[in-house]
Design a protein around this ligand. Structure first.
Ligand SMILES: NC(=O)c1ccc[n+]([C@@H]2O[C@H](COP(=O)([O-])OP(=O)(O)OC[C@H]3O[C@@H](n4cnc5c(N)ncnc54)[C@H](OP(=O)(O)O)[C@@H]3O)[C@@H](O)[C@H]2O)c1
Length: 327
């Protein structure tokens, strides 16, 4: 019980990744202060309050990314701060308002609270490969992406259309966070996961798992896209390891496997031959190429990646169990 007697906090605790993080922190004996936007919404809190250890060691706080000082009472008395809260949607009508402002201002808001509180030893920020992949370097099967890659905001705007709001929000918020942490001497680590899948603890559907649900829910085609994929349990665990291992520093990219959608569909078909899966790609262009991602730093945190096949199976089982689809 490495966390016994220690207090940490998690922002956006009702989210997909954060719910797993809270579960694992409680299992390790930590006392967890958890922020949610609406503590009176049972959909956001019931699954957290039902976790083992929650009765004794979970404390809920109300906080909003856009309210200055909102996180002061949350981080007060904490040794570790896990900042996961950030809007995740790949479609936004006003990306600046819906995504970029809460991500950037919210991150600076949380870090501002951390800088005021002497108890805080380390901040672990949930960034994304979105803040890594969109440099001007090509991504092809022989290229290895690693932690030295930084997305270029100008390039994001040039090449990405609809989804650029989310990519930009993660790129700009990580950039602002590093600047702030260096200036104020905050010990910060970023976890940069790719598309996260695996079982859900929360009762609602989150954006990354929805990509898998869409495939099994009657889609006629699959997108011509290649993503890195990683399991939610590995990502949550990585956050804790990054806090607990004193020598850990900098960024950690987390990708179990890079795969085109056609590969995801093929694996799902092998796992579930009776599922109604799309046969065709959405366009006739060559498939978006794959690339490699270095796992060296990630493995230094002691993570042995859960295989993609296992994550996909557990995602489907979880979606069925929660009633998101039947068959
Ligand atoms: N899932 C992925 O594939 C993936 C990959 C890489 C990085 N990430 C990063 O991981 C983090 C968690 O993502 P997730 O997939 O777990 O998404 P999620 O389930 O949608 O969780 C996002 C959380 O952010 C909170 N939030 C959004 N706007 C807020 C605001 N204005 N004030 C306070 N809280 C706010 C949400 O609160 P409510 O519950 O109140 O809405 C929710 O708890 C994000 O930083 C995301 O960028 C996710």
């Amino acid at each position: 019980m490495s966390g016994a007697g220690k207090t940490v906090c998690v922002t956006g605790a009702s989210g997909y990744i954060a719910s797993w993080l809270v579960k694992l922190l409680l299992a390790k004996g930590y006392t967890v202060k958890a922020s949610v936007r609406d503590p009176n919404d049972p959909k956001k809190t019931e699954h957290l309050l039902a976790l083992d250890g929650a009765k004794e060691r979970l404390h809920l706080f109300k906080a909003n990314l856009l309210e200055e000082g909102s996180f002061d009472s949350l981080v007060d008395g904490c040794e570790g701060v896990f900042h996961t809260a950030s809007p995740v949607t790949f479609i936004a009508t006003d990306p600046q308002v819906e995504l970029i402002d809460p991500a950037v201002k919210g991150t600076l808001n949380v870090l501002g609270s951390c800088a005021k509180v002497p108890s805080v030893k380390r901040v672990v920020l949930t960034s994304s490969v979105a803040a890594v992949l969109y440099s001007r370097k090509p991504r092809t099967p022989d290229v290895v992406v690693d932690e030295t890659w930084f997305s270029d905001p100008k390039f994001c705007k040039e090449i990405l259309a609809q989804e650029s709001g989310y990519v930009l929000s993660k790129t700009l918020s990580e950039e602002a966070a590093w600047k702030f942490a260096k200036e104020k001497g905050v010990d910060m680590i970023t976890i940069n996961p790719s598309m996260v899948i695996g079982p859900l603890l929360q009762p609602t559907l989150n954006s990354s798992v929805k990509l898998i649900l869409d495939l099994v829910n009657g889609a006629q085609t699959f997108p011509n896209l290649t993503f890195g994929w990683v399991d939610v349990k590995d990502v949550a665990n990585a956050h804790i390891q990054a806090f607990e291992i004193p020598s850990a520093s900098g960024r950690f990219v987390f990708v179990s496997r890079v795969a085109h959608y056609s590969q995801i569909v093929k694996t799902l078909r092998e796992l579930y031959p009776t599922l109604n899966l799309p046969e065709k790609c959405a366009d006739d262009e060559p498939y978006m190429p794959t690339y490699q991602v270095s796992q060296e730093k990630a493995k230094s945190l002691g993570i042995n990646f859960i295989p993609l096949e296992v994550s996909l199976k557990e995602t489907i089982e979880s979606l069925k169990e929660k009633g998101f689809f039947s068959s």
